[in-house]
Design a protein around this ligand. Structure first.
Ligand SMILES: NC(=O)c1ccc[n+]([C@@H]2O[C@H](COP(=O)([O-])OP(=O)(O)OC[C@H]3O[C@@H](n4cnc5c(N)ncnc54)[C@H](OP(=O)(O)O)[C@@H]3O)[C@@H](O)[C@H]2O)c1
Length: 327
């Protein structure tokens, strides 16, 4: 498995990371979750991404159990804070109180003394940025968090956060945005700002939640057991489930075949061509998906292939930077 540096830090991560949104504690049972983590570890994935809010906090506990007994130094464990984790008015957002309390709860559920990366899951316009970044810096100094990152922040927010972090003597090293062949809203502003400030992207839904695997066909019901067929987990994939998008995705099949790649491998390799992307975070409901997807690491796509992909997808690609964090 290829390693990449995260931002301007010394931290190495696996170019393919494993994430457990919607799956652990939700769409898949414990044994399937454990099998996927096992498959990820066997394939050389060392970077695992979760969040306090996933499956109402259960996802962190599942991941903690799945990673128990692994050599801690051989893993990079990432989590996040922002979305509500309880009914109280302080159980959400980026106040010092919630950041510190949620971090402690995450560490317990993950069965670890520290996380390698602690991420602000969204920007919180209701809390002074100084308060959030000072709380993050204190967690770093307390050894509970090694590095700090953000998720779905826009270019201005990233620049302001990075400047404050520097003042406080900590490193803001990553942004976690949605990025795929179909969703490229970070390219115009977020990537240039991140390059200036020394952040990498660790990107989510590189398969557009499964759409780019080609398994959803225009005019047909989603296959049983897939994310789009699940009333709860399928709520977020709907943006891509149009006949136009699904039809164009089918036209990517010959592009993948000409390269000897699966559709999933082509999609994951595509995000990894962006030099500001340190990792693609993949989700999986079955170990076979992990086996398929990890083979995208190290694949190079030449300019002709990238142009062919653009021709096929045409105006179904979303590029508007104003849609950052509105995926
Ligand atoms: N920061 C944020 O706001 C944010 C938001 C969302 C996600 N994330 C992170 O990104 C991670 C990945 O997101 P994601 O799960 O949407 O990523 P994804 O890799 O685009 O989609 C994963 C889903 O696609 C299907 N799939 C995967 N590989 C496949 C294959 N080879 N063949 C057929 N189907 C396949 C599986 O669903 P089915 O089998 O059910 O169809 C799987 O659960 C999350 O776990 C989380 O860590 C972060």
């Amino acid at each position: 498995m290829e390693s990449r540096r995260l931002g301007r830090s010394g931290l190495n991560i696996s170019a393919i990371a494993y994430g457990n949104w919607l799956t652990h504690g939700g769409q898949v049972e414990e044994d399937a979750a454990q099998a996927c983590v096992r498959a990820a570890l066997d394939a050389g994935i060392t970077t695992f991404d979760t969040a306090d809010v996933y499956a109402g906090t259960r996802a962190e506990s599942v991941l903690g159990r799945a990673l128990a007994g692994q050599r801690r130094e051989g893993l990079e464990v990432f989590t996040k804070v922002y979305w509500p984790t309880g009914p109280g008015h302080n159980d959400r957002g980026l106040s010092r109180k919630h950041v510190v309390e949620s971090c402690h709860a995450s560490l317990q559920r993950l069965q670890t003394d520290y996380v390698d990366l602690y991420q602000a899951h969204r920007y919180d316009p209701t809390v002074p940025l100084e308060e959030t970044m000072t709380a993050f810096a204190d967690l770093v100094r307390a050894g509970k968090v090694l590095y700090v990152g953000v998720s779905e922040w826009n270019a201005e927010e990233i620049a302001a956060g990075a400047a404050l972090a520097r003042e406080l003597g900590v490193q803001l090293i990553s942004n976690q945005p949605q990025y795929s062949m179909l969703w490229r809203v970070i390219e115009a502003e977020v990537v240039p700002a991140s390059e200036r400030e020394g952040l990498s992207q660790i990107v989510w839904s590189p398969l557009a939640q499964g759409v780019l695997t080609g398994k959803y066909l225009p005019g047909e019901q989603p296959p049983p057991g897939s994310r789009a067929s699940d009333p709860e987990a399928g709520r977020f994939i709907q943006r891509f489930m149009t006949d136009d998008v699904l039809g164009r995705v089918q036209q990517l099949r010959p592009v993948a075949e000409d390269l000897g790649l699966s559709m999933a491998q082509l999609a994951i390799a595509w995000v990894l061509q962006n030099r500001n992307v340190a990792a693609a975070i993949i989700g999986a409901t079955r170990p076979e998906q992990v086996h398929d997807n990890v083979q995208a690491a190290g694949v190079t796509l030449d300019a002709d292939v990238l142009a062919r992909i653009d021709d096929v997808l045409g105006d179904t690609v979303e590029r508007d930077p104003a849609k950052t964090s509105r995926g």
